[in-house]
Design a protein around this ligand. Structure first.
Ligand code: DGL
Length: 280
């Protein structure tokens, strides 16, 4: 039992996303839990998840989770993707014998801070039409008017490394302006890719508006879960941070290094067939 505990403590936390957006969550986890070993998977070959059938997204999530458990013996899993969380969190929790932490658009804090009483939620189409999101809305819409905006094309642009072209600025303007016109003063970034565009969003919404993302809150949730299960890593050591992708490793490595403004080494994931056999 003691040796199992020691093994669990040192095991890495697995974090995955459809692509590079989850790095915004990875970064918060790394900052809050600097002693934890982390392994990140960017499922870039399958991005975006936001317009795919739920069944396909669930299957991908299962494959990635089983890969992380079997190959990296992770002690906890962070689903660093709102879309994947909405589709697959329950299945993952039912199947995996480890804690699974997911994302949730930050509507609760948004309705608490809004001055105008109008909150805007930017997210993928799949997140916004999920049952999980409907339940979240039901729980909070008596406290503020909540307007949702699916943001087609943003994830694809970010995955191509586009953070500041005229095209993405125009796309964002098309999504944000109608919300401003409705009196929105609080913007919920309900997709882990969107914090990568925070500067552009800030330019559009002005200095006074609130922009709320969920990465830091999720990192706190991870910390709480590890402590509660007595599997937090308390060893003073140099942690390992490993990155894998289903996309072209060199290409994704270049983008990831640009987005996170530091050199990152991406390794290729096993093939889809190998991954599927893990979850079979
Ligand atoms: N980062 C994912 C999310 O939080 C993006 C989903 C997608 O790939 O469309 O929803």
């Amino acid at each position: 039992m003691v040796s199992l505990h020691v093994m669990n403590m040192n095991a890495p936390i697995g974090i995955f996303d459809s692509g590079l957006g989850g790095l915004t969550v990875f970064e918060e986890v790394r900052k809050l839990l600097p002693q934890e070993n982390l392994v990140y998977v960017a499922d870039s070959a399958f991005a975006p998840y936001g317009n795919k059938d739920d069944a396909i997204v669930v299957q991908r999530c299962e494959s990635l989770a089983h890969y992380l458990i079997q190959t990296h013996t992770i002690k906890a899993l962070v689903v660093a993707c709102n879309t994947a969380t909405a589709a697959a969190i329950q299945t993952l929790r039912d199947q995996l014998g480890i804690p699974v932490i997911g994302m949730e658009p930050a509507i609760k804090p948004a309705v608490a801070v809004t001055q105008s009483g109008v909150v805007g939620v930017l997210a993928t189409e799949n997140t916004l039409k999920s049952d999980k999101f409907s339940n979240l809305l039901d729980a909070h819409q008596h406290r503020a008017r909540i307007i949702t905006q699916p943001c087609f094309g943003l994830v694809e642009a970010i995955e191509q490394g586009d953070l500041d072209s005229k095209r993405i600025k125009q796309l964002l303007q098309n999504y944000v302006q109608p919300l401003l016109d409705e009196g929105v003063d609080t913007f919920v970034l309900g997709c882990t890719h969107y914090p990568l565009l925070e500067q552009l969003i800030r330019e559009l919404v002005g200095a006074q508006a609130y922009i709320i993302s969920t990465g830091a809150a999720v990192a706190k949730q991870v910390q709480h879960t590890l402590k509660q299960d007595n599997i937090d890593n308390q060893e003073a050591h140099q942690p390992t941070h490993d990155f894998y992708t289903s996309g072209d490793a060199k290409h994704v490595e270049t983008l990831a290094s640009k987005l996170s403004q530091q050199p990152m080494k991406m390794q290729p994931l096993p093939s889809l067939a190998e991954l599927s056999s893990l979850s079979a």
